[in-house]
Design a protein around this ligand. Structure first.
Ligand SMILES: Cc1cc2nc3c(=O)[nH]c(=O)nc-3n(C[C@H](O)[C@H](O)[C@H](O)COP(=O)(O)O)c2cc1C
Length: 348
């Protein structure tokens, strides 16, 4: 179905195509049975002590305002992350701000956290309970003069609806956001967040989403802080605003974050470095260029026990989840692996 529609979809501006997808998903009409695979039990995984059917999640940025998460679960994702949500509604940067690099199987976006804001999103979550494991990704408003306060506001309003909360410090499209990767700034942020959650008796797994553009010598600092403040997971990674050299698409020099195939190796290398030092104490969620059983397999071997994807779905449609699961099951069976968790980090 998607391959028939793809030539038409790819003639439309990427953001318009995305808005149409969100509109149609609101009808939630596709039967779950379309997306099931055999022998899925081999993929059964754990996310912060909860069992889920498979480790393939939807990355933040597709359902930015938490409008269609229950339709997305039907595509066969093991978990879905919505957001990034900011305290106030935000329009984002001027359009056009999403670009397809078809030959590179990549996207560049500079959306800038366009979303409906906390109030509307919490109303939606209240009306429509998530039917499966839901992560909520939060960030500060662009014009905020107290970014830390923005994270705290979001945590307070949404924690009740989330199975985990992602502290997003890594979008390249919000000026100054990635400064939170600096040791002292991150320490202060995590200290404020932990004090706040303790004081308000909020017990939810917290996850930190990081940039692939960090220097390798910053890894140690991040790991130390993540452990010290009991952060449950780390998402590696967000998009990169570098690494344009080998791209061929005509939009390759558009400012913004690059995602998709060119990000796969960059994020895998970073996952390997984190896995070696983290020693299983913090869950690694691997993101960047997952679009087949093999790319999923490589990321898990690098050290990710859970995965997420976004760009792959733009190029291959919702059937990509079923495809990745079937291909990954075949690979695991050939290798005589009984459960996917056995291969986490074996290639790092
Ligand atoms: C159009 C677009 C919008 C995105 N918006 C967000 C966002 O709001 N918050 C976030 O944490 N990541 C966002 N991301 C990053 C993705 O969650 C993911 O980390 C990145 O795209 C790499 O995965 P992929 O190669 O599978 O796309 C966005 C990505 C794309 C392509």
């Amino acid at each position: 179905m998607f391959s028939l529609l793809k030539p038409f979809i790819f003639k439309i501006d990427p953001e318009m195509a995305h808005d149409l997808a969100i509109k149609s998903l609101k009808y939630n009409f596709l039967p779950e049975e379309l997306f099931t695979v055999e022998n899925e039990s081999i993929l059964e995984s754990k996310i912060f002590d909860t069992k889920i059917k498979n480790p393939i999640g939807l990355a933040a940025g597709f359902d930015k305002s938490a409008e269609v998460y229950n339709s997305l679960f039907k595509f066969g994702f093991g978990f879905v992350e919505v957001g990034t949500i900011t305290p106030k509604e935000q329009l984002g940067n001027p359009k056009p701000r999403v670009f397809r690099l078809e030959d590179d199987r990549a996207l560049i976006n500079r959306l800038g956290f366009n979303n409906d804001g906390l109030e509307k999103v919490t109303q939606r979550l209240q009306k429509n309970s998530p039917t499966n494991f839901l992560g909520i990704n939060i960030g500060p408003n662009r014009d905020s003069n107290n970014k830390t306060e923005d994270y705290l506001k979001c945590i307070k309003e949404i924690y009740n609806f989330a199975n985990y909360i992602t502290i997003n410090i890594s979008s390249p499209n919000t000026p100054g956001l990635r400064d939170f990767h600096n040791k002292n700034t991150l320490k202060q942020l995590l200290k404020n967040i932990t004090e706040f959650t303790k004081k308000n008796r909020i017990q939810k797994p917290l996850v930190l989403k990081i940039s692939p553009d960090i220097a390798f010598n910053e890894i140690g600092n991040i790991i130390e802080l993540v452990k010290a403040f009991n952060i449950s997971g780390i998402i590696i990674s967000n998009t990169t605003d570098k690494n344009r050299e080998n791209l061929t698409g005509k939009f390759k020099n558009e400012p913004g974050g690059l995602s998709g195939e060119p990000l796969a190796k960059i994020s895998n290398d970073l996952i390997k470095k984190f896995f070696k030092e983290i020693k299983g104490e913090v869950t690694i969620i691997g993101v960047g260029g997952v679009n087949s059983g093999l790319t999923a397999y490589e990321k898990i071997k690098a050290g990710a026990s859970l995965l997420q994807l976004y760009t792959g779905m733009v190029y291959e449609g919702p059937g990509i989840v079923k495809k990745i699961k079937s291909e990954l099951i075949d690979i695991l069976k050939k290798e005589k692996i009984k459960n996917v968790s056995e291969i986490v980090g074996v290639g790092s």
